[in-house]
Design a protein around this ligand. Structure first.
Ligand code: ADP
Ligand code: MG
Length: 177
């Protein structure tokens, strides 16, 4: 599903990714492990072109993501992203945050699917709350719901439990795997 070919990323003089070649199949669950600063986030961000690779190619569902002619917004709708710091919009409610990718992408709502996600992530009682009114674990569950709402083919999660206490982290982790 994802084909990474000789991926390199430099920031000025700093060479962070030095030629990664990797095949990721549908249904695979892959963890990238390494010390802080080793390039895990950079690698993930290259997969959906939030970082532009210095060299190499990313193929996703038969499309070369690194091709300048690719409709990158459309491709990103198939790749949900969950950030360590949640990155929710503070002025939007839980429900508005969850629906944002659909609104931005002018994509159709699937009411049943949306209800399913909200139930699964136990957010029914929180839909009108703002992010500041939620615990860290709840905020991360909103971020996951937002990542799932477009029915993505893949979820890219960058230390999704890194900002949570152990108990919230464990339950998010169990949900993700
Ligand atoms: P990790 O996620 O494994 O902790 P990162 O991918 O965030 O590591 O960072 C890898 C290296 O790239 C670090 O040395 C970091 O300082 C550097 N780096 C990351 N993003 C940028 C950037 N936008 N500009 C310059 N250097 C960066
Ligand atoms: Mg990181």
């Amino acid at each position: 599903m994802i084909e990474v070919k000789n991926l390199k990323k430099q920031f000025g003089e700093l060479s962070v990714l030095n030629g990664i070649t990797e095949h990721i199949s549908q249904g695979e669950k892959i963890a990238v492990i390494g010390p802080s600063g080793s390039g895990k986030s950079t690698f993930l961000r290259c997969l959906n072109l939030l970082e532009i690779p210095t060299e190499g190619e990313i193929w996703f569902d038969g499309v070369n993501m690194t091709d300048v002619n690719v409709d990158i917004d459309r491709m990103r709708q198939k790749m949900g992203m969950v950030f360590q710091h949640f990155n929710l919009f503070p002025h939007l409610t839980v429900l508005e945050n969850i629906r944002l990718p659909l609104d931005l992408g002018k994509m159709a709502y699937d009411k049943d699917y949306e209800a399913e996600i909200i139930t699964l992530l136990e957010l029914e009682e929180r839909l009108k709350f703002y992010p500041y009114q939620l615990s860290g674990g709840q905020q991360q569950r909103v971020a996951i719901a937002r990542a799932l709402i477009t029915k993505p083919a893949i979820i890219l999660a960058d230390e999704p439990t890194g900002n949570l206490d152990k108990q919230s982290g464990d339950s998010i982790f169990e949900f993700m795997i």
